[in-house]
Ligand binder design. Sequence first.
Ligand code: DQA
Length: 149
Amino acid sequence: MNTLKILVLHGPNLNLLGTREPAHYGASTLHDINQQLTALAGTLHIDIDNYQSNHEGDLVDRIHQAVTDAVDGIVINPAAYTHTSIALRDALLAANIPFVEVHLSNVHKREAFRHKSMLADAAIGVVAGFGATSYTMALNGINQQLRNT
Ligand code: DQA
């Protein structure tokens, strides 16, 4: 089986997972989530790279870098930038790399401003509401899509 390169991007405030609003985001830390993803990636022949930033431009730069690195797919939790960032949308469209949008919480059950995503209509799919499991679902989903299984 060939190896796929997947970039996982975590947006602002996700470095605080574990202590940040656990009623919405659960008890897992970002380190826990990255470890789960890395373990799953090992079973799926995926070369995974996890990156978190609180800065929109850093995330844009990392998406540009993904083109140079020949990344096959992106799993992204854009966090608050989901609802605001035309820059992230444009970067993902420019990179033309298939991506899945992920949320720990069910954003549609929350405030109205969280119902709008700047990225979702360009994504392969969106996973929201399953806590840390949203990420493993997204990694399984993008793996299946990219391998056409
Ligand atoms: C989030 C939902 C966003 O609305 C919020 O701004 C986040 C996290 C989630 O994973 O549920 O920071 O993307």
